[in-house]
Design a binder for this molecule. Structure first.
Ligand SMILES: Cc1ncc(COP(=O)(O)O)c(C=O)c1O
Length: 368
C-alpha cells in the first residue's frame, strides 16, 4: 500500500463521467447552453497563434479587465482555475487539522471534499424541508461553534436559495468579530445580482468567489476568481500555482469581458426561458422550488419517479440531474435553464413521461 496521508486515505472521489455529454440537451450541470456567436469564436481562434500556443500564460491583461469590471483594483483579485480553485486556495491557506468549518447543508460538493482534504471538523447547518435556514440559527452557530471558516454559497447549489444582503452582512460581521474567514460563493452571480462585494474594503476576513462557468458560459475553460481585501488576496497568492490558469481560459475571459452587453443579453434570454418553464410547470401542476440561480428543482413526487424521469429524459437526449441525498431534494430532478425553445423540448418530454400508463396508474392509486 502506498504511504498516502491519513486524511486522504478515507477520501473517496468519483471519476468524472466517461460518457460524452456533447450532442445532448445538457441540463444537468448548470452550464450555459446558449452557443457563443461565431464572431466571438473567431476572435478566440485569431488569438491562438503559434506564438501564443508555445508561450507561458500572460495574466496581466485579465487582472486589469476584471478589476475594471468588478470595480476594484487588481490587488483585490485572485485568478484561478474555476472558482473551485479559489475555494481550494482558501482551505489551503486557512484550514488546519481539526479547525471547524461551518457550512449550510446541502451545498456545493467541493466544500465537503476540501473539508476532508484539509482535515477540518465540518459543522453543518441543515436547510429545513422547505429549504429555509434561519439567520438566527446561523448567527447562533457562529457564536457557539467558533469556526475558523464559514462557507456560504449565495445563491446556494443545489437548493437555489439565497440569503438577503442585509442578513448576509450580519452573518459576515458576526463571523469577522471572532476572526473567522467568510467565503461567499457567488458562482451564480448575475443570475442573482446582489453581491456583498462592497464589504471587501472594510472586512479583510471576507472572500467572494466568482466564476466564468455560469453566466459567462465558459465552463470548459476553468476560469474563476476571488475578490477580497488586499490582505486576503495576499494570503491566497501564497498558494498560487506557477500560473493561475491556462492561456486559452485567460484569453477567452478577456474577450468575454470586452462583450459584457452580449452576456447580459444572453442572461435575458435565459431568464425568459426560466419564466416560461416555471409557468408551464405550474400549468402542468408539477411543483418546483423557487430558485435564484440558473436551475430549477422540479418535484416529481417520489425519489423513484425522479430517477425514472431522469432516465426517460436521457432516452430523449436530455440530461437532468437527480439522485440528491438531502430528503426534500430526493424527489427532484434539477434542470438548468435555457432559451424558451429548449425549455419547450424539456417540457414536451416531461409531458410524455407523465402520460405513460405506469405514471397515470400511480397517480390514480395516490388519489384513491
Ligand atoms: C455553488 C457553486 N460553487 C462553485 C461551483 C464551481 O464552479 P467553477 O466551474 O467555477 O469551478 C459550482 C459549480 O457548479 C457551484 O454550483
Amino acid at each position: 500500500m502506498l504511504p498516502i496521508k491519513n486524511n486522504l486515505s478515507k477520501l473517496i472521489r468519483f471519476k468524472n463521467s466517461e460518457e460524452s455529454r456533447l450532442g445532448y440537451l445538457r441540463l444537468d450541470k448548470n452550464e450555459n447552453i446558449v452557443p457563443f456567436p461565431a464572431t466571438l469564436m473567431k476572435k478566440l481562434q485569431k488569438a491562438v497563434t503559434a506564438d501564443f500556443v508555445s508561450a507561458y500564460p500572460e495574466v496581466d491583461a485579465l487582472y486589469k479587465k476584471l478589476a475594471k469590471y468588478a470595480g476594484c483594483s487588481p490587488d483585490n483579485i485572485y485568478l484561478s482555475s474555476g472558482s473551485d480553485g479559489v475555494i481550494k486556495a482558501v482551505f489551503e491557506v486557512f484550514v488546519e487539522l481539526g479547525d471547524k468549518v461551518l457550512i449550510l447543508s446541502p451545498s456545493y460538493a467541493m466544500f465537503y471534499v476540501y473539508a476532508k482534504m484539509f482535515m477540518a471538523d465540518l459543522k453543518e447547518i441543515f436547510y429545513d424541508n422547505d429549504l429555509v435556514v434561519s439567520v438566527d440559527k446561523i448567527s447562533e452557530s457562529i457564536r457557539s461553534v467558533k469556526p475558523k471558516l464559514v462557507c456560504i454559497a449565495n445563491p446556494n447549489s443545489p437548493t437555489g436559495t439565497v440569503l438577503e444582503p442585509a442578513d448576509l452582512e450580519k452573518i459576515i460581521e458576526e463571523a469577522a468579530q471572532i476572526n473567522a474567514i467568510v467565503l461567499i460563493d457567488e458562482a451564480y452571480y448575475l443570475f442573482y445580482p446582489k453581491s456583498c462585494e462592497r464589504l471587501i474594503s472594510r472586512i479583510p476576513n471576507l472572500v467572494i468567489t466568482r466564476t466564468f462557468s455560469k453566466a459567462f458560459g465558459l465552463a470548459s475553460a476553468r476560469l474563476g476568481y476571488g475578490v477580497g481585501h488586499k490582505e486576503m488576496i495576499d494570503c491566497l497568492q501564497k498558494v498560487r500555482p506557477m500560473y493561475e490558469t491556462n492561456a486559452y481560459a485567460l484569453k477567452f475571459g478577456e474577450i468575454l469581458l470586452d462583450h459584457v452587453p452580449l452576456i447580459k443579453k444572453n442572461l435575458k434570454v435565459l431568464q425568459a426561458g426560466k419564466k416560461y418553464l416555471e409557468e408551464q410547470l405550474a400549468a402542468m401542476k408539477l411543483p418546483f422550488f423557487k430558485s435564484y440561480a440558473n436551475f430549477v428543482l422540479i418535484d416529481m413526487g417520489t425519489k423513484g419517479r425522479a430517477l425514472r424521469a431522469a432516465e426517460f429524459l436521457k432516452s430523449k437526449k436530455i440530461l437532468a440531474k437527480t439522485g440528491f441525498d438531502f430528503l426534500p431534494l430526493q424527489r427532484c430532478i434539477r434542470v438548468n435553464i435555457g432559451p424558451k425553445r429548449q425549455m419547450a423540448v424539456l417540457l414536451k418530454a416531461l409531458k410524455q413521461f407523465l402520460a405513460q400508463k405506469i405514471i397515470a396508474a400511480e397517480n390514480e392509486m395516490v388519489s384513491v
